[in-house]
Design a protein around this ligand. Structure first.
Ligand SMILES: [Zn+2]
Length: 238
């Protein structure tokens, strides 16, 4: 595992504009338009340069302010190698003043692809990594539980086991806060039984990650179990 960490030097905020865009960095093939609501992410992608097989992270050129308390925040960027050979850069914005935290990611090779990832888990391997952007929805139909994103959702980086634990916590919370003689409680209790069977490895299941804006994906050591369906225009209009 190749894990390197880089912190920007914030004492030189006035360095020059991003240099030319003729880098050898493979540009994303997704159809994400350049006038989308994420110009900064796209700019960061364009600024990536490949040098002697290593990615050089561009300097962060202006002060980034905390959206909550407006004080200067620290940004860390970590280059992370994935089991399938890809690499991602994980950005974490952390405010020491009020505790605000936000993370985002840029897959170096595959880039963001809007669409639907479908991973079959039938061998007890829960190590596949899930990168879920702000617009990614997760579902395990065999359990009957969906984790949807709210408008202020943060980036989430976890694995299959982490997803199962998160769903289990949600169901447990529902069971504790819902009257036990209701149909809803009974349904949730059945979902919990199915989830526990998945967790024990006695029940195969499918993890579906849908993100029509791009920014989410699944990384696995066994690509034969992963299906990716690119988003169609019709789907994006919904
Ligand atoms: Zn703050």
């Amino acid at each position: 595992m190749n894990l390197s960490n880089e912190k920007p030097n914030s004492s030189h905020p006035s360095s020059s504009q991003p240099s030319s865009k003729d880098s050898s960095f493979a540009k994303p093939t997704s159809s994400t338009s350049s006038n989308s609501s994420k110009p900064k992410s796209l700019q960061e992608k364009i600024d990536l340069k490949r040098k002697n097989g290593q990615y050089e992270l561009p300097p962060i050129e202006k002060d980034i302010r905390c959206p909550v308390c407006n004080k200067e925040v620290e940004i860390t960027r970590t280059l992370y190698s994935l089991p399938d050979g890809d690499e991602v850069i994980i950005f974490v914005i952390l405010c020491e003043h009020c505790g605000y935290r936000k993370a985002d990611t840029i897959p170096v090779y595959t880039a963001f692809k809007p669409g639907k990832y479908q991973l079959t888990v039938d061998d007890g391997d829960f190590t596949s990594k899930i990168f879920r952007g702000a617009t990614g929805n997760l579902e395990i139909p065999e359990i009957g539980v969906t984790i949807e994103r709210g408008p202020a959702a943060n980036f989430d980086f976890t694995n299959i086991e982490g997803i199962l634990l998160k769903m289990e916590k949600q169901i447990q919370f529902f069971l504790q806060t819902t009257p036990a003689d209701t149909h809803e409680w009974e349904q949730a209790n059945e979902a919990l039984k199915r989830l526990l069977a998945c967790k024990e490895g006695s029940k195969p299941f499918t993890v579906i990650l849908t993100d029509f804006e791009g920014g989410s994906y699944i990384s696995t050591t066994n690509p034969a179990k992963l299906v990716f369906e690119k988003a169609k225009k019709k789907m994006m209009d919904i």
